[in-house]
Design a binder for this molecule. Structure first.
Ligand code: PMM
Length: 423
């Protein structure tokens, strides 16, 4: 069953994209993390520098002053924490107080020391490096959003990030990739990446997806009537975040990064219920057509069954089989309405099994063919020729078949319906 981890976002920044300023106070931040965990978040992603387009860079020391007290408080409570940072020094500090993930939206490209820190953390503490796809500090104008083929280019760039990380010493098992929605990608490009997520999962690393409250969802909401947009949610895009996160999970995402863990937990529960319900083979796939369909609808449950009918014949692809002949055993399961025969004790209202056996022996014993499939078809034809037979399931066994191994039996089965066509 599809299961994606929920990574709850906790931005302890004054200026983050959707929750800037909300959690700068330590107690408020810890309470929010606990709420996210209670609502179903598996990991809390703590960030101290906004990477939204147009944001101002902060000194790594300022970033650390923001995130470290929060991370310490969370890891002390046994909460699984990820540090969302572009800075190796912040990543190293966070690792020293027990984070399990370094989430670098630049995939190790921004800070030349990042992969060294990630490698050490991977080797010594089994810390996982989450490498995002990026082309530089996001700019409001999206000047770097030009791709010839966004899926191929992002895939190749992420493949290179993973390669670089492994070369630096990060264990392959400690790598997660993220296409970095919102980072130099238009909404349409993000949707194209999500729709074709297999291209990324095929790289062989877990994939994290962050659609949460992003522009790609704002563009979708523009298609929705105004009255359907404001549902009293914390953020107008939280419902679309949950839905898109489920789609990501269905496409094989390892995890989804969201601000609203509750909505995504509910959406994931829908996906689990949907996927765990028993699947019926659709009637369209199995239903016979035409005369077969009629025969099926009227098909009685009653049966005349004849098993182990022995016929000596010369079927087979080898010359010696044709010359010497061998034993064939036939099983016939004919669907016949037996009500009239039973109530009237009337042989004429059922299939006379003696005659059926005789007709099959006669049909199988003559005219040698290569395949027992052909023999089975022939027996089905003979059986359906008996009055009242709606369908016939035939098995032809060839226990002396020329197989160079010890075996008990080999057989083929066909099922045919009165009226001609096969199912
Ligand atoms: N997006 C943001 C920040 N960090 N990390 C990962 N791995 N993936 C993302 O998509 C991602 C991220 C920007 O969103 P925010 O400012 O709302 O946190």
């Amino acid at each position: 069953m599809t299961e994606a981890l929920i990574m709850g976002v906790l931005n302890v920044t004054p200026d983050s994209f959707s929750d800037g300023g909300a959690y700068v106070d330590l107690e408020v931040a810890v309470a929010q993390a606990e709420t996210l965990v209670a609502q179903g978040a598996d990991i809390i992603d703590v960030g101290g520098e906004s990477t939204r387009p147009g944001s101002t860079r902060v000194d790594p020391a300022v970033e650390r002053a923001r995130v470290m007290p929060v991370i310490q408080a969370l890891t002390a409570r046994g909460i699984v924490v990820s540090i969302d940072t572009l800075n190796a020094s912040t990543a190293a500090a966070a690792v020293s107080v027990g984070v399990d993930y370094i989430n670098d939206v630049s995939g190790g490209l921004h800070d030349p020391e990042m992969l060294t820190v990630a490698a050490r953390a991977s080797q010594q503490l089994d810390v996982t490096f989450i490498a995002g796809h990026w082309r530089g500090i996001p700019d409001p104008e999206h000047t770097r959003s030009a791709y010839t083929d966004v899926v191929v280019e992002v895939r190749d760039a992420l493949g290179m990030c993973a390669h670089n990380a492994i070369n630096a010493g990060v264990a392959p098992d400690n790598i997660v990739l993220d296409p970095g929605f919102g980072f130099d990608k238009t909404g349409a490009q993000a949707w194209e990446l999500l729709t074709n997520l297999e291209a990324l999962t095929d790289l062989g690393f877990p994939v994290l997806i962050g659609t949460s409250r992003k522009r790609m969802l704002g563009e979708v909401l523009a298609d929705v009537p105004e009255a359907a947009r404001n549902l009293g949610l914390v953020h107008e895009r939280d419902l679309t975040t949950a839905v898109s996160s489920v789609l990501a999970a269905q496409k094989g995402a390892w995890g989804v990064r969201v601000h609203d863990a509750a909505g995504t937990a509910q959406a994931m529960a829908v996906l689990r219920a949907f996927e765990s319900a028993p699947v019926h083979v659709s009637e369209a796939e199995t239903a016979p057509v035409g005369a077969d369909a009629q025969a099926m609808t009227a098909k009685p449950l009653d049966r005349v069954t004849l098993t182990g009918l022995e016929v000596f014949a010369h079927h087979g692809v080898f010359d010696f089989e044709r010359e010497q002949g061998q034993r064939f055993l036939i099983d016939v399961d004919a669907a016949v309405d037996l009500k009239a025969a039973a109530s009237g004790d009337d042989l004429a209202a059922t299939v006379h099994y003696g005659e059926l056996a005789e007709a099959i022996v006669a049909a199988v014993a003559q005219d040698p063919v290569d395949l027992i499939e052909t023999v089975a078809e022939r027996v089905a034809h003979v059986t359906l020729g008996f009055a009242g037979v709606h369908s016939a399931r035939i098995t032809v066994h060839k226990p002396q078949a020329p197989i160079d191994a010890v075996f008990a039996d080999v057989s083929v089965s066909v099922e045919r319906f009165a009226g001609g066509q096969t199912r």
